[in-house]
Ligand binder design. Structure first.
Ligand code: ADP
Ligand code: MG
Length: 505
């Protein structure tokens, strides 16, 4: 379904073998109701040209400069299948363990809308290219799986531009014919949190396997959330479909609002009417666009302009051989090969570039657990603050590895390492050892110098010493702090601990 259309009446039948849910755990009840959610996601496929024409798919061009005769639906034009779009659909099918159909069929979905010059959208209906499969992810440490019904290829529609015109609407057909993969789940999700976790995982997956750029602001990844509520054990409730959610934050807000609204309606004695709704971020509310009753009859039929899509098995094998290691496989490998927890491994595999960075740092001699801590801590904090990806980090993997090695061999304390990192990040220095020397951050490993400092601190802090002897641990920590301060952070904390205890008896 395109972004501008789609309704309850329109969805094609599920063609995948509908296995029984692998016992879907019940989510938290909301005022005694169970929440049921199914997703339809439109992922824009990252091909240079459109799904049935040679026009460019580049985002942001002047309106109507990237629509050719095929996209404009001029009489006599014929669609020609873009092989790259099919290849991306195959990649997706393989990534989710689905069946990649040997033969699938394009269909015309007929409706009128100003941004759809042909009067129909080319989509797949009865026989989609990807059938079944599932998306796995972690939620609160529990492994979850959401089953997919299908994923099918289709073209996007154009865009109606209301903003730049007073009392008029402009049509931009640049987006017409952009390749989309519509990914449809079973109604397996049981909370807004689970829905967002699914959407994040799907987003990670399509970007990871390189079929979609994942840019949500530009509409490259947009989700429709079908939401219903029911009393536990009852039949599925009537759903409402929230269209075009293009941020994870809005997704959760929209579903939470919708759930509360539906429960309130039911509690007030009203039946839920199947409808398509929009989320308004300004009010945080959903409101109906149209009800199911006035939805068009799309009158699907196989498109006579396109032959069935036949995918040879050896093509699937070629694509399979070219697949990157998938996030969940890499996650398990990081945990087993580098002794990380599943949790740490999950954070490191949030993006392919993050995982690459970790592996590069380890390959450069960084101790895995330390590297992981620095990536998930200091580095992530700074990346997030500047809203940049790890690829744009001003500290590269080899440099982080060098820093981590200096922590591991006792040259610098963790605190000093943070100062080194700061200097590397801001560009004040580029070489770890040079920064350590320039800033005089080398850890004091000379115990006689340290003993002198400790003696001075003991002499100057008789009160703390007295309190420690009376059994107050806090007083000991205060003394450690004083020694660290006197050494200007250069003392080795564990050595300070040891020596101080010895001296205090
Ligand atoms: P239709 O053919 O009526 O459009 P589909 O079977 O295509 O219905 O479902 C569309 C989406 O809605 C799917 O993601 C599905 O999981 C979800 N869905 C179906 N029924 C419900 C329900 N009662 N509550 C929540 N989601 C649902
Ligand atoms: Mg539907």
């Amino acid at each position: 379904m395109s972004a501008t259309s789609g309704s309850a009446a329109s969805a094609p039948p599920a063609t995948a073998a509908t296995s029984q849910p692998p016992s879907i755990p019940q989510g938290p009840l909301v005022q005694g109701y169970e929440v049921v959610i199914g997703f339809e996601t439109h992922a824009q496929l990252s091909t240079a040209s459109k799904i049935f024409s040679r026009a460019s798919t580049a985002f942001g061009a002047e309106p109507n400069t990237q629509a050719c005769a095929v996209d404009l639906a001029l009489p006599g034009t014929l669609p020609v299948m873009n092989k790259g779009a099919v290849e991306r659909a195959i990649r997706f099918g393989l990534a989710v363990g689905a069946h990649v159909a040997e033969r699938s069929v394009f269909a015309r979905k007929n409706y009128f809308y100003p941004d759809l010059p042909k009067g129909y959208q080319i989509s797949q209906f009865e026989i989609p290219v990807v059938q079944g499969g599932q998306v796995e992810f972690f939620l609160d440490g529990d492994k979850r799986a959401v089953r997919l019904v299908r994923a099918h290829l289709e073209e996007d529609a154009g865009k109606s531009l209301h903003e730049d015109f007073v009392g008029q609407t402009g049509i931009d057909l640049n987006r017409a014919g952009t390749p989309l993969l519509e990914i449809v789940t079973e109604p397996d999700m049981r909370s807004s949190l689970e829905a967002v976790a699914y959407a994040r995982e799907l987003h990670r997956l399509v970007t990871w396997i390189g079929i979609c750029d994942g840019n949500m602001q530009e509409g490259s990844f947009r989700c429709d959330a079908n939401v219903s509520v029911r009393k536990p054990g009852a039949a599925l409730g009537t759903r409402r479909e929230i269209k075009n959610l293009n941020s994870f934050k809005f997704m959760q807000q929209a579903i939470d609002f919708e759930v509360r609204w539906q429960i309130e309606q039911i509690e007030d004695g009203h039946a839920i009417e199947q409808a398509t709704v929009l989320f308004d971020p300004a009010t945080g509310e959903t409101r109906a666009m149209r009800t199911k009753e006035d939805a068009a009859d799309y009158r699907y039929f196989p498109d006579p302009d396109l032959p069935p899509l036949v995918i040879a098995r050896d093509w699937v094998d070629t694509v399979r051989a070219d697949m990157p290691e998938l996030p969940h496989v890499l996650r398990a490998r990081l945990a087993s090969e580098h002794g990380l927890s599943e949790y740490d491994a999950a954070i490191l595999t949030q993006s392919k570039s993050m995982a690459r960075y970790f592996l590069d740092a380890v390959a450069a001699g960084g101790q895995p657990k330390l590297v992981c801590n620095w990536i998930t801590g200091e580095l992530s904090r700074r990346l997030n603050a500047q809203e940049i990806e790890v690829d744009a980090s001003s500290v590269d993997a080899a440099t982080l590895a060098a820093l981590v090695r200096r922590i591991a061999d006792g040259t610098v304390s963790n605190n000093a390492a943070r100062q080194v990192f700061e200097a590397l990040w801001t560009g004040e220095g580029t070489d770890v050892d040079a920064v350590i020397e320039a800033k005089g951050l080398r850890q004091m490993n000379d115990s006689s110098a340290l003993e002198t400092i400790i003696d001075e601190v003991i002499a100057a802090n008789t009160k703390s010493v007295e309190e420690f002897r009376q059994g107050k641990d806090k007083a000991f920590n205060a003394l450690v702090g004083q020694v660290m301060k006197a050494s200007r952070g250069k003392a080795n904390p564990s050595q300070v601990n040891e020596l101080l205890r010895k001296k205090l008896g």
